[in-house]
Ligand binder design. Structure first.
Ligand SMILES: [Zn+2]
Length: 313
C-alpha cells in the first residue's frame, strides 16, 4: 500500500452492525449499516470479518477498532456486562479478529467510542475535557481528557447512568437501585408516563405506544402531564450531571443518543436544572451541546480507537 493509512471502525449494537472507514485526519471515506448476525460467536465473527473486507476496499487500513455494548475489562481485554450481545461474553475478540483480518484490533465500550468521535470531530471539538452522555434504552457515559478516554482502573469509569439519584427508586440492572437509568432510560420514560397519565387526564393516554419522542412532543404542545414527565427526566439527569461536574469540572458536556434528538426542549431543561445544583464557577466553565455525529458516532469513534491503538503500539 502506497497511500496514507486509513482506520476502520465497527460499532456492534444489539440490532445493527455499523461500520466506518476514516482517513488519518478524520474524513469519513466509507460506511456500512446492516442487521447484526448474533446467533453464535462464529456467525458474528464471520460478519465482522466480512465487514472489514467490505470497508477496506484498497488494503490501506492500518488497524481497526470495535465499539461494543458492554464494558471492556482492561485487565483481561475481554467483554463483560454485554446483555445485548451475550454471544460475545468471554470471547477474545481482538485476538480472533487480528487472526482473521491480519490487522491489529482494539476494543472499546460503545459510549466511550462515540465520545472519542464527538471529542475529535463533533460537538466536543476544541475542548480539552469532555463529559459525554448517551440517552437511549440505557444511559451511557464517558469522560474524555485530552483526546483519550479516562476509563478508570478496570474500564468502568464514566458510567453516569448508574449514579443513584433516587434512594427510594426502582431496582436497576446493575444491582443498585434508583439509578439515573431507571428514570431516564427509555423504559423509565414510558413507565412514568403511563403512571402519570393513568391518574390524570392527558393526551398521552391517546397514544397506543409511548416513546420519549411522543412524550416530549406532547409536552411541547402543552400537555401538563407530559411536561411533568419531561421535567422529571431532566431533573434526574441534572442531579447526576451536577454531581459529576462538581467532581471533574470539565469544559464540555455533550448529550447524544436517540432520546437526545428531542433537541433543545429537553436540553434547555437539563441545563437549567443542572445550573441550580452546580458550583457557579464550575457551571460557567462548561458548555452544553447536543451531539453532532448522529448514528455514525459509534463507528467513527471505533475507527478512532483503532487509530489510537496503532499509534500507541
Ligand atoms: Zn444502575
Amino acid at each position: 500500500v502506497t497511500g496514507p493509512s486509513t482506520f476502520l471502525g465497527l460499532d456492534v449494537g444489539g440490532t445493527y452492525l455499523k461500520g466506518a472507514r476514516l482517513s488519518g485526519s478524520g474524513a469519513l471515506l466509507a460506511r456500512l449499516h446492516e442487521p447484526i448476525r448474533k446467533e453464535s460467536p462464529q456467525s458474528l465473527l464471520g460478519q465482522l470479518t466480512e465487514a472489514v473486507q467490505k470497508l477496506e476496499c484498497d488494503g490501506s487500513a492500518a488497524g481497526l477498532g470495535l465499539g461494543l455494548p458492554g464494558i471492556v475489562d482492561l485487565r483481561t481485554g475481554r467483554l463483560r456486562n454485554a446483555p445485548n450481545v451475550p454471544v460475545l461474553n468471554g470471547v477474545d475478540l481482538s485476538r480472533e479478529l487480528e487472526s482473521r483480518t491480519g490487522r491489529p484490533a482494539f476494543l472499546e465500550n460503545d459510549a466511550n467510542a462515540a465520545a472519542l468521535a464527538e471529542a475529535w470531530l463533533g460537538a466536543g471539538r476544541g475542548a480539552e475535557t469532555l463529559l459525554y452522555v448517551t440517552l437511549g434504552t440505557g444511559v451511557g457515559g464517558a469522560l474524555v481528557f485530552q483526546g483519550r478516554v479516562w476509563a478508570g482502573r478496570g474500564g468502568f469509569a464514566g458510567e453516569i447512568g448508574h449514579l443513584q439519584v433516587d434512594p427510594a427508586g426502582l431496582p436497576c440492572g446493575c444491582g443498585s437501585w434508583g439509578c439515573v437509568e431507571t428514570i431516564v432510560g427509555i423504559a423509565g420514560w414510558v413507565r412514568r408516563a403511563r403512571e402519570a397519565s393513568s391518574r390524570r387526564r392527558s393526551a398521552l393516554s391517546l397514544h397506543p405506544q409511548l416513546t420519549p419522542e411522543v412524550i416530549v412532543n406532547e409536552a411541547r404542545a402543552g400537555d401538563a402531564v407530559a411536561l411533568e414527565v419531561v421535567d422529571g427526566a431532566a431533573q434526574a439527569l441534572a442531579v447526576a450531571l451536577a454531581g459529576t461536574l462538581n467532581l471533574v469540572n470539565v469544559e464540555r458536556v455533550v448529550i447524544g443518543g436517540g432520546v437526545a434528538q428531542a433537541g433543545d426542549f429537553l436540553l434547555d431543561r437539563v441545563v437549567a436544572e443542572t445550573r441550580r445544583r452546580t458550583f457557579a464557577h464550575v457551571f460557567e466553565d462548561a458548555t452544553f451541546r447536543l451531539a453532532e455525529l448522529g448514528g455514525d458516532a459509534g463507528a467513527m469513534g471505533a475507527a478512532r480507537v483503532g487509530m489510537i491503538g496503532v499509534q500507541a503500539a
